[in-house]
Design a protein around this ligand. Structure first.
Ligand code: ME8
Length: 508
């Protein structure tokens, strides 16, 4: 089977990363870990978008060269991914030679084929969003034109210059056909916005600037640099060694991508311009583009330009990496907007992580220690009324949710199993039973341990450290981690049970 290729946006290096960036990247990592655990070869790409006026300005404000600035901030992103246990397979920077060469080759190929042509551009430009807006999109109000992006609203600059254009209008029909096939635009409740936008008619887009010096020069016309979006989108294939007119094996092995995960504000770039660029190159579009929602802080979109952003490291210092990853994936359905608050995180931490899961594990392991002296539990014969059997049956539902990127739904199913086990402990009360009928306690404990082994495997994509700690305590150290329910049920019996420190000490 073809490897599962997942991408995140390439983040701008104008400022340090915040939880919005962590959100997309953690989601991509959760999906990648899930696929790997199922034995699917997986390729996760992330990186940084380093050209454009906005970045040159940030560098100049810091008094260093754009490249030195980009090196510093790109390094921060890379370190953050390591800190958050994101296992990306590649990390691309748009200032790397492999990328610049590919962008120049794509530009030349499309110029030769007539899909890029030279003309004059006159219109409005938002420096902060690196976006052009038409007369219609940004009408004059009281003598001023403001960026139509409601979160930005900065004054626009009138730009008039010679420019290269990409013949986007030519691809309107083919884009509509692509959308009709059904899977490309995800989640489906966001699809309409794109379909309507394309149906209203597409204009060719300006893809070069003469005023922006910090960019990839147009081949053969170095007065122009390539528009930062045209440059950046190509990363998804430049990282695979794509060459117009014939690429080496890696590109052929990995492309088309299974999913580009992006925030909703850059959906159009990925769902309209990018597939049209690929069509122009004679390359298949990705299977899906998934646009998730925004995190707000006290109702406002968090962004580097608004300066209201939350540093992921501060959150993990207090709650740990796993709880942060869990909260991001659990709090709102992937696709919807959500409001980030430490209070909401603390609530879920105490209720779902410390109480539901952490307590369950320590209760069970304490009993295993006390009543059967930590001895290896044999796999129970899977009787229908065993929780292990009931829980293992939920596996296909979880897999289906994960494939739809419905992360919070998958976690809900997992937590319904955790709660079921807590109820089972309360209902069977092994501490009472032990006094009257100690032999009856054994199968109950075995059942609980095996059930918890399955749960540890399920939560690995979300909370890899917790899963490893649980599996070590549950005596499954010699298994390749993480365990799938099938491996739990059919693999070896496992080591001695060894209770460890609490997974999630309560936070006040
Ligand atoms: O747009 N909530 O880069 P960028 C949720 N370089 N997600 C958020 C978020 C928030 N408040 N803020 C940021 C760019 N994100 C371009 C992309 S791709 C070829 C070029 C996440 O640094 C979300 O994924 O502005 C969003 O789309 C992305 O960061 C924007 O990052």
């Amino acid at each position: 089977m073809k490897p599962y290729y997942i991408t995140t946006p390439l983040y701008y290096v104008n400022a340090e990363p915040h939880i919005g960036h962590a959100y997309t990247t953690v989601a991509a990592d959760v999906l990648a870990r899930f696929m790997r655990a199922r034995g699917r070869e997986t390729h996760l790409l992330t990186g940084t978008d380093e050209h454009g006026a906005k970045i040159a300005e940030a560098a100049s404000a810091a008094g260093i060269s754009p490249q030195a600035w980009a090196d510093k901030i790109s390094g921060s992103f890379r370190e953050l991914w390591k800190h958050l246990d994101v296992r990306h397979d590649d990390y691309i920077r748009t200032t790397e030679e492999r990328h610049k060469a590919c962008v120049a080759a794509v530009f030349s190929a499309l110029k030769d084929s007539g899909d890029i042509y030279k003309g004059r551009y006159s219109g409005f430009y938002c420096l902060s969003c690196e976006s052009y807006w038409t007369d219609k999109e940004a009408p004059e109000i009281e003598g001023k034109r403001k960026c139509p992006n409601t979160e930005c609203r900065r004054p626009l600059q009138l730009v008039e210059e010679e420019s290269y254009f990409f013949r986007l209008s030519k691809y309107q029909e083919r884009l509509t056909e692509l959308y009709k096939k059904g899977m490309f635009l995800q989640p489906s409740n966001r699809a309409n916005e794109i379909v309507r936008f394309v149906e209203r008619g597409l204009e060719d887009i300006s893809i070069s600037r003469t005023k922006v010096k910090w960019g990839i020069p147009v081949p053969g016309d170095p007065e122009h640099t390539i528009y930062v979006w045209f440059d950046a989108l190509i990363n998804y294939v430049s990282a695979l060694g794509f060459q117009p007119g014939g690429s080496p094996g890696r590109f052929n092995d990995l492309w088309p991508a299974e999913v580009h995960i992006v925030g909703k504000e850059i959906y159009r770039f990925h769902a309209v311009i990018w597939p049209a660029m690929l069509m122009a190159l004679g390359v298949e579009p990705p299977a899906r583009v998934f646009a998730h929602g925004w995190w707000t802080v006290s109702g406002k979109k968090m962004s580097k330009s608004l300066g209201n952003f939350i540093d992921p490291r501060e959150v993990t210092r207090e709650f740990g990496v796993d709880a942060f990853r869990y909260f991001l994936m659990r709090e709102v359905p992937f696709g919807n907007d959500g409001d980030f608050s430490i209070e909401a995180l603390r609530k879920r931490y105490n209720a779902e992580l410390a109480n539901d899961l952490g307590n369950l594990l320590s209760r069970v392991l304490e009993m295993v220690d006390k009543y059967i002296q930590g001895n290896l539990p044999k796999r129970p014969a899977l009787e229908e009324d065993f929780k292990t059997s009931q829980i293992a049956k939920r596996s296909p539902e979880i897999a289906a949710a994960m494939e739809r990127l419905a992360f919070s739904e998958a976690l809900e199913i997992i937590w319904s199993c955790v709660r079921l086990l807590n109820e089972h402990v309360n209902a069977t009360a092994p501490w009472k039973l032990f006094k009257t009928d100690p032999d009856k306690v054994k199968p109950i404990l075995f059942d609980l341990v095996w059930s918890l082994r399955i749960i540890a495997g399920w939560i690995e994509p979300f909370m890899p450290r917790t899963a490893a700690a649980m599996q070590a305590q549950l005596g499954v150290r010699q298994f390749p981690m993480p365990l799938t329910p099938e491996e739990v049920l059919h693999g070896p019996n496992g080591d001695r049970i060894q209770k460890g420190p609490p997974l999630f000490p309560r936070k006040t």
